[in-house]
Structure formats: C-alpha cells, structure tokens
Design a protein around this ligand. Structure first.
Ligand SMILES: [Zn+2]
Length: 227
C-alpha cells in the first residue's frame, strides 16, 4: 500500500492489482459474499491462501482507494536489455502512475519558487502602475486573459488525473457545483497531453528545507519511465 505524507485525510491509498497473461480481470478471492481483486505487494499476492495464483502477475495496474485506476497496465518485467538505462520494475512503475494521481489530488500547497515568482512580478507591476498607469491598465487586461488560460489548463490537467470537483472548487475558493458548472464544457486532454500529465517534471520544486520532497519517492527512479 502506498500513501503520501501530505494525504492527511488518508483519502488516497494506492496499490497494484495483479493480472495474469491475457486475462482481462485480476484474480479474486472471496470474503463472505464479497469478491476482492488481488493486489501484488512486495513480491507477494495478497489475500487468503486458497486459490492464490502460483505465478507472479504478468501485468500490474495502479489503483487508488478513492476509486481512481490507471488506464494502462504496466509490464511486470519490462525488457531491460532493450534499454540503455535501468528500467524500473513493475511495482515501481505502477507506483509512479499512482503517485502522479495522488500528488495532483492532494497537493494544493504552492511551491516556494511559485510564490517568489509571483511576489517579484507584483513588485514590478506596482512600479509600472505608478510610473506608466496607461501601460499598466493595458497590461491588466492581458493578465486577466492569461489567468483564465492558466485556470482552464489546470482544471483540464486536474480532471485528467481525476481530482474530485470538490477539491478543484476548494482550490479556487468556490463550491464543487460552481467549479463544475464553470468548467464542465472544457475539452478533456488528448492522448498525448494525457501521457504528458504523468511526466512528473514538477517534482524538484516541491522540496522541504532539508532538500527532500514531502513524500516518499526517493527510492524510485522516475526518469526512465517516460522514454
Ligand atoms: Zn486517489
């Protein structure tokens, strides 16, 4: 099970479902009347011993306790020989997909460098407003359009990672309903854009004072995942 240090509500607990061969459904086990799909964790099938598969899974799918699941299956043992670099094995790959989802869903914290950039820009804009008010007024018009563009972009990316409307609303200071009504018409990301969403290029700017990100990813080498 995977969890972020920043997920204080424990709303996003991640895991990897195991799949065998060409089966479209993960092996299940029964408790009472309920069927549970088996997860693969640290080299073991989880769940009771009865009917436990005898071989490790061929594919894994990242899933989350919030209901999110990765659209793609990752190979359990990717062909390392075809790559010049170390290829992360199945569980790390699955976890990277879940991580992109969970980070997007839980982290409303502004990175330090974003706050610094905003403060610098504001200082410059105040100077412009004082010395060239007409130029500053023309610029505010452009900035409003820029802000709309960024808001729409952020909503489309948040939706691609299935961040709930409730959290999107909270981030912009409105209700779930208002956020949905305003943005429901936005086009979803296309396939290429959606792939890029999973590229965690933003990770380095989220750092604590000690230089470590506020979640545990240090044991995963994410770089080769997206080549
Ligand atoms: Zn989740």
């Amino acid at each position: 099970m995977w969890q972020l240090d920043t997920d204080h509500r424990a709303a996003h607990i991640g895991a990897a479902l195991g799949y065998l061969g060409d089966d479209e459904r993960a092996p299940t086990y029964r408790v009472g009347r309920a069927h549970y799909e088996r997860t693969w964790r640290d080299g073991q099938w989880e769940g009771p011993e009865e009917d436990r598969p005898e071989t490790p899974p061929d594919f894994l799918r990242a899933v989350c306790s919030c209901g999110w699941y990765a659209r793609v299956l990752v190979e359990m043992h990717p062909d390392a020989a075809s790559s010049r670099r170390r290829v992360p094995q199945g569980q790390d790959r699955a976890r990277a997909f879940w991580l992109a989802h969970a980070l997007a869903a839980t982290s409303a914290a502004l990175p330090d460098d974003a706050e610094q950039a905003r403060a610098r820009a504001m200082e410059w804009l105040r100077t412009l407003a004082d010395s060239q008010p007409l130029a500053a007024l023309a610029l505010t018009r452009q900035l409003r359009a820029d802000v709309d563009e960024i808001e729409q972009r952020a909503v489309r990316h948040a939706r691609a990672l299935e961040v709930p409307w409730e959290d999107i609303g909270a981030a912009v200071g409105t209700t779930r309903q208002q956020a949905w009504r305003k943005h429901k018409g936005l086009a979803p990301l296309d396939e290429k854009e959606a792939r890029d969403v999973l590229r965690p290029t933003f990770l380095p700017s989220y750092q604590h004072d000690d230089g470590h990100p506020p979640y545990t990813v240090t044991d995963i080498d994410l770089t080769p995942l997206f080549d």
